[in-house]
Design a protein around this ligand. Structure first.
Ligand code: ADP
Ligand code: MG
Length: 698
């Protein structure tokens, strides 16, 4: 049996393979491109392409693809084979540097939000050499960015890479001020913790709602749900364990550092966390992880649900985005240091994040907004839609001492003057046991907890990187011009704390009184739905920040807002149509059949024994009939609401109509259906129940 170190990364064209298959010259040149972003010569590209192809063919690959992340939220690929005909009728396997560097997928049906006129259907993909190529099945996949011919980004990777670049640039300016002349780059890293559900394929196939929308649109609460908390970290069932084993193998072969796995709070819910890596690689790996989870599940007769809220009344699935920034030398800039000077630098970076989260609450909120995640945020299982930050008592006390120029109890009786005092050492374990905060400091990183399980982490991180880069830019401008660095530094940190302390909240984020305090007293934003937050992408302050840093053009922002709202509208419209269909063609007929059966049995009994009252049958048939009437009426109402949506003038209005008129009626249609489910004999019910689904995997 081969050991993990032997097969880890065996399907990746990684540094080891590059070193052993490329000439020293080509390797050095490619390495320079990867590490420093320098341009790649076509002769080098040709040599790399040849080596990549030979390596891939030796592992059974027949095709290659430019692998990219369009705004649909999933990954896209178009396969070309390596074959090239020879005059003698045979074929040879070929792959050129040009094919490696640039591709032209016929991409007219990817969303572009008006950026690419249909007559100019082709965008192009460009190789991202910082993310290693890999083999999936029999295809060599080359991670790429996807742009229009006008140079506008049509994907999630391009702005993410740009945001990493600007963050690095601004952070370096700060580091230089603190005397660091050696760092060449500052890199943001992410470790995304991925939640998911596993159910049996056999049951999944019998639920049109799951098949069409990824979530159940009907379903009564099962007698047992997650009340006992007996699933969290519980013993993993054999069927699930076999899935996880296979999944790990597949991920490891792709060089993905799958590390932790455990059962989550809800029955049938699980989590997988990798070891953190550079943000764009973590993004690629997370996309791959989600894809491989679904493939491996299928092999085991299971379906992996990545929807944020597959089951009402049961915890949904999120993705925790653990984020930190470090120098290329490995110094974590969010780690408190040993000396006063290091601590001042740490506090400045901490303040940059505080300011960024407060100034751009809206961008962070909308970066995680989807129809699915709207069901989860604020539902007492996930952070509320209001963004706040948790810093822990100790760090909070330090900030308070700085703000008010008062002595910090943890130090000698001196005032907290930066550059004089050493921060008290704080115990990492005490910094984060607050699971209700959307954005928590966890000792040397921040954990952004609002992401939905199906979100690409690119969106949250491009906004986070940009917002922090903006804080750092403002700081660097002031500090570079300051006459006395230490005084200016102290004043700036103090001012940040004063101006932005409203975003810091260490209490229980699930508490309703917090939402009131946050919105009424502190003036924090509370965008409950995608329709509420997405239009704010185009608010002047956001456009100014994102365009001046060069992360987006204005046209790109406009197109993104439209596409994200379109995705929202389409998802809910499919759900509404599925509900009407299931209610009319499956649920109502099932109840009707059962009611008829009960009525027949009463008639039969009365024929045998006329003195019987049959009050049970009469009562039940009455209840069921009333419910069918209600179901029918609500289905009609939903149908009319669906028709009215066509009147919307534009996508913003359409999304608001969906929020205000469609979603409420969907909720109302569900109620009588779920009630009827609890009164109808199981053998008549047309699909598996919540109990079947949640406890079906052995
Ligand atoms: P938790 O308490 O949330 O379980 P863990 O220590 O298990 O925390 O880490 C959760 C995730 O955070 C993992 O993916 C881990 O690799 C990642 N992580 C740890 N340190 C960092 C860091 N400095 N930057 C980014 N992610 C990190
Ligand atoms: Mg966590």
């Amino acid at each position: 049996m081969t050991t993990v170190p032997e097969y880890f990364g065996s399907m990746v064209f990684d540094d080891r393979v590059m070193r052993s298959t490329l000439s020293a010259e080509v390797y050095a040149s490619l390495r320079k491109t990867i590490d420093e972003g320098s341009e790649l010569d076509i002769s080098v590209a040709n040599a790399v392409a040849r080596a990549m192809k030979d390596w891939a063919v030796s592992l059974g690959a027949t095709h290659f693809t430019h692998w990219f992340q369009p705004l649909t939220g999933i990954t896209a690929e178009k396969h070309d084979s390596f074959i090239s005909p020879s005059p003698d009728g045979s074929v040879i396997m070929e792959f050129s540097g040009k094919e490696l560097i640039q591709g032209e997928p016929d991409a007219s049906s990817f969303p572009s939000g008006g950026l690419r006129a249909t007559f100019e259907a082709r965008g192009y993909t460009a190789w991202d050499p910082t993310s290693y190529a890999f083999i999936k099945g029999r295809t060599l996949c080359i991670p790429t960015a996807f742009c229009s011919y006008g140079g506008h980004a049509l994907d999630k990777k391009t702005p993410l890479l740009r945001s990493m670049e600007v963050l690095s640039k601004q952070a370096l300016r700060i580091l230089r001020l603190f005397g660091n002349d050696t760092a060449k780059r500052v890199v943001s890293s992410v470790g995304p913790e991925q939640e998911y559900f596993l159910i049996t394929k056999e049951m999944y196939d019998r639920r049109p709602d799951l098949r069409f929308t990824g979530r159940t649109l009907f379903g009564a609460k099962p007698p047992k749900g997650q009340e006992l908390d007996d699933h969290y970290f519980g013993v993993i069932k054999p069927g699930v364990a076999a899935f996880m084993e296979d999944l790990n193998d597949e991920l490891w072969k792709l060089g993905i550092l799958a590390k932790t796995e455990h059962n989550e709070v809800a029955p049938a819910q699980h989590e997988l966390a990798p070891i953190y890596s550079t943000t764009n690689i973590a993004t690629d790996h997370n996309q791959l992880t989600m894809e491989i989870m679904q493939k491996v599940a299928a092999k085991h007769g299971l379906v992996c649900l990545l929807h944020e809220k597959p089951f009402a009344g049961v915890n949904g699935s999120g993705k925790h985005n653990n984020w930190s920034i470090a120098t290329d030398g490995g110094q974590n800039l969010l780690s408190p240091g040993e000396t006063p000077y290091e601590n001042a630098q740490f506090l400045l970076f901490l303040c940059a994040v505080i300011k960024a989260v407060d100034d751009y609450q809206d961008l962070l909120r909308l970066s995680v907004a989807t129809a699915g995640n709207d069901h989860r945020l604020g539902a007492n299982e996930a952070p509320p839609a209001v963004i706040s930050m948790f810093l822990g008592d100790e760090l909070n006390a330090v900030l308070e001492a700085i703000e008010t120029d008062t002595p910090y109890k943890g130090t000698k009786k001196t005032q907290m003057k930066l550059g004089v005092d050493v921060l008290p050492k704080f115990n990492r374990d005490t910094t984060d046991r607050n699971r209700t905060s959307p954005f928590a400091f966890t000792g040397n990183k921040f954990e952004f907890r609002m992401l939905g399980s199906s979100n690409s982490i690119a969106c949250a991180n491009m906004m986070l990187n940009s917002a922090v880069a903006e804080s750092l830019r403002i700081y660097a401008d002031r500090l570079e011009a300051a006459e006395d660095f230490e005084t200016a530094l102290h004043e700036m940190i103090q001012k940040t704390i004063k101006d932005h302390k409203r975003i810091i909240f260490n209490g229980n984020g699930y508490d309703e009184t917090w939402i009131q305090e946050a919105t009424e007293k502190r003036g924090l934003l509370n965008y409950r739905t995608t329709a509420d937050c997405m239009p704010h992408l185009l608010d002047e302050k956001n456009v100014t920040m994102l365009t001046s840093l060069g992360v987006f053009t204005e046209a790109e922002l406009q197109s993104r807002r439209d596409i994200m709202l379109e995705n929202y509208c389409k998802s809910v419209l499919i759900e509404a149509n599925t509900m009407v269909d299931m209610a009319r063609t499956q649920i109502a007929p099932a109840i009707e059949a059962y009611a008829a059966h009960v009525a027949d049995s009463a008639t039969g009994k009365k024929a045998l024994a006329p003195e019987l009252k049959c009050s049970y049958e009469t009562g039940l048939v009455t209840k069921l009939s009333v419910l069918i009437d209600e179901i029918w009426a609500k289905a009609d109402e939903l149908d009319s609401a669906l028709l009215k949506i066509n009147d919307a003038e534009d996508i913003v209005e359409e999304s608001a109509m969906i929020r205000d008129t469609l979603l409420p009626v969907m909720g109302e249609l569900r109620v009588p259906c779920d009630e009827a489910e609890q009164l109808t004999a199981r053998s008549y019910w047309p699909f598996p129940t919540y109990g079947d689904l949640l406890f079906g995997v052995k």
